[in-house]
Design a binder for this molecule. Structure first.
Ligand SMILES: Cc1cc2nc3c(=O)[nH]c(=O)nc-3n(C[C@H](O)[C@H](O)[C@H](O)COP(=O)(O)OP(=O)(O)OC[C@H]3O[C@@H](n4cnc5c(N)ncnc54)[C@H](O)[C@@H]3O)c2cc1C
Length: 374
């Protein structure tokens, strides 16, 4: 992606490229969550990136970040993808929620571990009965003097099995309307009463867990923001999670497209006229997305609804691209190299996490277009 680098950005980019030249080879296989070994390789990659100064670029320097403009996050994603490196740690959305809402003491205690990747975090929002309708969640955090006592269950919690901390959305105000009764807590996953149970996916990934909380004590000092502010913080966080710049999608897609184009150009994969046209259309889509990402970064809207547009657009373009790649490859897509098929499966998950496509469309209809509720 060409961001027309100014001198500082160009220097950053050159330094990153040099670092990748020297260090990437030992981390190339840090891509999965299928076994304890692959998790450890992935976490080692995250720690190496952090130690080299490439995590938390747009987060405040006082807490372990680097205080740079958002654009640097996109440059990082771009360079990692171009070099074929594993993705950076997916923590920007959690870090922004804590940095923007937590008090000084909490930020000082927890952000350096998060941004240094020495302590892994997970996001405890979804419950068996509350996914799209998140505000109906029932996990309770009962205020009790200088602590909260948490009881309930979360599900689909990415990374919970190896997380030290959970950013937990729970109900603290039983008598308030449902959106206003929620608060955000930082929960130590090693506390007595926390029970994590692994969920193994059909793809073999062990990324998910369900997490049970049984009388878990959380110090009141671990409350992020104010009591009853949980919904607002969750929406702020999701606005980052839905943005393509934070998740590094665009760079990865450019690599997938380039590989498909090379396969067709070299004749390794035969492509008839309709398939060639679909590949060309995917290439145009991707260019549109690149410009959209650049604009989103220049016009960041934390807590707003723009992330829903980003997520809808990116998911559609990504899923379409993987369809084209699959159709080009034919049966070898499923029977050959597992990586492209794994990317395809991952693209399917993208229309679910961080809020499904249907939910994003509702947000765009109501909050961006101002249409009445159906
Ligand atoms: C890869 C991945 C990672 C995830 N990581 C996490 C995590 O770390 N932490 C976490 O808390 N959660 C996580 N999730 C869970 C995710 O947030 C939920 O799966 C998602 O919000 C949908 O909730 P649900 O699964 O309960 O589906 P449901 O809400 O039951 O939805 C089922 C279907 O009904 C549709 N639907 C529901 N309500 C409406 C409506 N009002 N109008 C129209 N259609 C509707 C949905 O769009 C969907 O198609 C992850 C999910 C995935 C796939």
């Amino acid at each position: 992606m060409d961001y027309s680098d100014d001198p500082e950005v160009a220097e950053f980019r050159a330094g990153l490229r040099a670092w990748l030249r020297d260090h990437l080879d030992e981390h190339r296989d840090a891509t999965g969550y299928e076994s304890a070994e692959s998790v450890e390789r992935t976490l080692r990659w995250h720690r190496a990136l952090a130690a080299a100064g490439y995590v938390g670029l747009s987060l405040p320097a006082a807490y372990g970040g680097h205080g740079l403009p958002d654009l640097y996050e996109a440059v990082l994603n771009d360079e990692l993808a171009t070099a074929g490196a594993p993705p950076p740690p997916p923590i920007g959305h959690i870090a922004h929620a804590v940095a923007d809402f937590a008090g000084e003491d909490l930020k000082t205690r927890v952000l350096p571990g998060l941004l240094g990747c020495t302590e892994v975090w997970c996001q405890g929002f979804s419950e068996p009965g509350a996914g799209s309708d998140l505000a109906s969640l029932t996990t309770a955090a009962a205020p009790d003097g200088d602590r909260f006592v948490v009881d309930g269950q979360k599900i689909w919690t990415s990374g919970a099995m190896w997380s030290r901390w959970c950013l937990l959305l729970a109900r603290t105000e039983r008598d308030e309307p449902r959106h206003r009764g929620l608060s955000m807590l930082v929960v130590d996953m090693e506390s007595p009463g926390v029970d994590r149970r692994e969920i193994v996916l059909a793809s073999g990934s062990r990324e998910f867990a369900e997490v049970f909380f049984d009388g878990v004590e959380v110090p009141a000092a671990n409350l992020v923001g104010e009591r009853g502010q949980g919904w607002r913080i969750a929406m702020h966080m999701l606005s980052y999670e839905r943005g393509p710049a934070d998740m590094g999608w665009v760079g990865r897609l450019g690599r997938v497209l380039a590989a498909a184009r090379d396969d067709v150009r070299s004749g390794r994969l035969p492509a008839d006229e309709p398939l060639r046209r679909r590949l060309a259309a995917a290439s145009v889509d991707l260019r549109v997305l690149q410009w959209h990402v650049a604009r989103s970064l220049a016009d960041r809207d934390p807590g707003g609804s723009a992330g829903s547009v980003d997520k809808l657009l990116t998911t559609r373009i990504e899923q379409n691209l993987h369809h084209v790649v699959g159709d080009l490859a034919g049966t070898s897509f499923v029977l050959g190299d597992p990586a492209p098929y794994g990317d395809y499966l991952w693209s399917r998950a993208q229309s679910i996490y961080g809020g499904t496509q249907q939910i994003q469309r509702q947000i765009v209809a109501q909050r961006v277009l101002g249409l009445p509720r159906g």
